[in-house]
Design a protein around this ligand. Structure first.
Ligand code: SF4
Length: 305
């Protein structure tokens, strides 16, 4: 008897929770509707939904380029080499251009799930020179702040032997559910663990919640005491770092929030290959403001204009 290769398991991350809170129909599109696209012959609806699931936006692409370039900065440091501010910026700009070419030139079609495909190109929206210039300025500010600011000196100077995490996707179990954690950078200083999250967008309360989910990961993964963890939300574009020593009350609030979120998702979780789809479990939140930026708006029957 053929065994099933993959199973549609429930898993959780802070970004999935945000998707759920925005619109449960969006969450359904993102987590279930394209399940099994890789076996769909001929390609059809599942493949089309996967293509929409992989869409990104111009600011998100710029942020991803900054993350990947900084990861490269650390990898070079580990190999004993260095990267100047200008070289880091060049790396970001090159990554940005590569992604732009994949998206605008149609190269994304070869591997939509591993390529850059911008929402704006997909929906035929003009991207003004002003917006690309803003993205360039964001990369300039971010690289300069990363390489030169006093606030990030400790992270830059941490010896590679003390590093605990560098953009490594890992998971831990919470309420029997797999939780994804991808701390951008973490290092140890004696008993203390410092966890960094690079942000190129504006500060949001959700950022601090996300960092607390990484603190839980640190407790689980490295058996660190919560009191020995410091979280750093590094707003590279805005040029500031919010450093938060972990506080047990806040950690417990984050756990409560995660429990609620996981239980809500668990209640309606199903296996699309086995179980019947109950569309009523996935209500749309069709506010024009939300649908306007939603990557599924071109295929969603509930999208508002
Ligand atoms: S288009 Fe609107 S209703 Fe449809 S999934 Fe997106 S946000 Fe939800």
């Amino acid at each position: 008897m053929a065994t099933k290769q993959f199973q549609c398991e429930l898993s959780w991350s802070a970004s999935r929770a945000k998707e759920w809170e925005r619109c449960q129909r969006e969450y359904w599109y993102g987590r279930y509707a394209s399940w099994g696209w890789w076996t769909e012959r001929p390609r059809g609806q599942k493949y089309e939904i996967m293509v929409h699931k992989c869409l990104t936006s111009l600011p998100a692409h710029a942020g991803d380029c900054a993350h990947r370039a900084i990861q490269r900065w650390f990898e070079l440091k580990r190999d004993g080499a260095t990267m100047t501010t200008n070289e880091l910026l060049e790396e970001c700009v090159e990554l940005f251009r590569d992604g732009w070419r994949q998206s605008a030139g149609g190269g994304w079609q070869d591997q939509p799930n591993k390529s850059v495909h911008l929402n704006e190109h997909h929906y035929g929206q003009e991207i003004s020179k002003e917006r690309t210039e803003m993205a360039r300025q964001l990369l300039e500010r971010s690289t300069q702040f990363f390489c030169e600011s006093a606030e990030l000196a400790a992270a830059r100077d941490a010896h590679p032997d003390t590093w605990r995490s560098l953009e490594t996707m890992d998971t831990y179990q919470f309420l029997g559910t797999k939780v994804y954690a991808v701390p951008d950078f973490a290092y140890a200083e004696g008993e203390m663990i410092h966890i960094y999250d690079w942000k190129t967008g504006q500060p949001r309360e959700a950022d601090i919640f996300q960092l607390h989910t990484y603190a839980l990961y640190a407790c689980e993964k490295w058996s660190t005491d919560p009191e020995n963890i410091v979280l750093h939300a590094a707003y590279l574009g805005a040029g500031k770092v919010e450093s938060i020593p972990v506080d047990l009350n806040r950690l417990s609030e984050a756990q409560d929030h995660m429990s609620t979120s996981i239980r809500e998702m668990m209640d309606v979780h199903y296996d699309p290959e086995v179980d019947d789809l109950m569309m009523g479990n996935w209500p749309a939140s069709p506010e024009a403001r939300k649908c306007g930026g939603c990557r599924f708006r071109g295929i969603c029957t509930e999208a508002t204009k």
